[in-house]
Design a protein. Structure first.
Ligand code: TXA
Ligand code: MG
Length: 337
């Protein structure tokens, strides 16, 4: 089928209340008509997601987004002009057409125009707001290829649109514009500094909330985005300690992940299943390429049956904020030996 035919089919499925997984620049989304409660409930069922976790809605552009927000402040216009289509979700008071299932009963909705040609074409054709969490089981690692979605959700989805690997590789930044002071609820593809250059100072939501709380942002929940391996994080000064523990290990099912590799080589090493590497993997040394590969690496290591994963925390500098956030949620701190 041609890609035009596939998009037409995907639009028809969404219009009749079905589920379509679609590519975005961040991660693959699991889409349903955000004006149809029955369709939206299918998302929660397929993901095993608690109904207290709100979903974001995808739109092709700011003009369309305005239909689904009850108010549209000047900041939203400026941010959309600068970053859309792109990895920024804006939380605003919701319009009545967005059903309560999407927003978990909250009065606000997260809106985003994804920067991917297939997604934009689909959103234009379908002419509906598309609720779309990441297309993975709840709390597991987000998918960055169509194959990841197939492995994880398989028959639970009516159609998977394959748009190749996601370029950004981690989820969008979620910015709440519904409160007095704009607040980043989840760091992501657009940095705090980039946002502040456009609208001035923003707050950063620092804490996390326990399971079962109706979080303003499900991404705030402590354990999230986690691989199946027992994943532990450590600071660079603990590197020797970690290596020591691993070398005393008898079954060889451990891997250490740290930044420091060359981005150009990394894709090939990953495609070969890290055959040429030992148990210490060097992800790319810059945050952008590290983020691009992170989830695919976690999946590959799970596939290989790695039992213990040690991830070195990258530097505490602005460009690494989103990556550090995802590592923190995927791991527990290094326990005493
Ligand atoms: O990059 C992304 O955002 C991807 C792609 C598919 O677009 N989607 C995604 O969705 O990561 P999900 O469901 O895995 O995460 C949804 C995020 C939550 O972490 C939360 O921050 C935010 O959307 N969210 C949705 N509705 C909200 C609301 N009403 N208030 C606050 N946050 C909301
Ligand atoms: Mg998710």
């Amino acid at each position: 089928m041609s890609s035009a035919d596939l998009i037409a089919r995907a639009a028809a499925i969404l219009q009749s209340g079905g589920l379509v997984a679609f590519p975005t620049e961040t991660v693959y989304g699991l889409g349903a008509d955000a004006t149809n409660s029955i369709a939206v409930r299918k998302i929660f069922a397929a993901k095993g997601r608690p109904s207290t976790n709100p979903l974001i809605c995808h739109v092709p552009d700011a003009e369309v987004a305005k239909r689904y927000a009850a108010t549209w402040p000047a900041e939203a216009t400026r941010l959309a002009e600068t970053f859309w289509p792109g990895p920024l979700t804006l939380v605003l008071p919701k319009a009545a057409v967005i059903v309560d299932e999407v927003t978990a009963g909250l009065g606000t909705v997260g809106l985003r125009a994804p920067n991917h040609p297939l997604a934009l074409e689909l959103l234009r054709q379908v002419d509906l707001p598309i609720a779309g969490p990441s297309a993975n089981k709840s709390n597991h690692v987000s998918p960055t290829t169509a194959a990841h979605v197939r492995e994880e959700l398989g028959d639970a989805v009516d159609l998977i649109l394959d748009g190749g690997p996601c370029s950004v590789g981690i989820e969008s930044t979620v910015l709440d514009l519904s409160t007095d002071r704009p607040t980043i609820l989840r760091p992501g593809g657009v940095s705090r500094e980039q946002i502040e250059r456009v609208i001035g100072p923003v707050e950063m939501f620092a804490g996390s909330v326990g399971k079962g709380t109706a979080a303003a942002s499900p991404g705030q929940q402590e354990k999230h985005y986690a691989p199946r391996a027992d994943a532990v994080r450590y600071e660079p000064h603990q590197a020797q300690d970690v290596t020591g523990r691993c070398l005393r290990d008898t079954d060889d099912r451990w891997t250490i992940l740290r930044a420091g590799g060359r981005a150009e080589e990394f894709g090939r090493l990953l495609a070969d299943g890290f055959e040429a590497c030992g148990n210490i993997l060097y992800l790319p040394d810059n945050a952008r390429d590290y983020a691009h590969h992170l989830y695919a690496v976690l999946r590959e290591l799970d596939r290989q049956g790695v039992a213990r994963l040690f991830i070195e925390m990258p530097p505490e500098t602005p460009e690494w904020t989103a990556v550090r956030d995802r590592i923190r949620r995927a791991t527990r701190p290094l326990p005493p030996e």
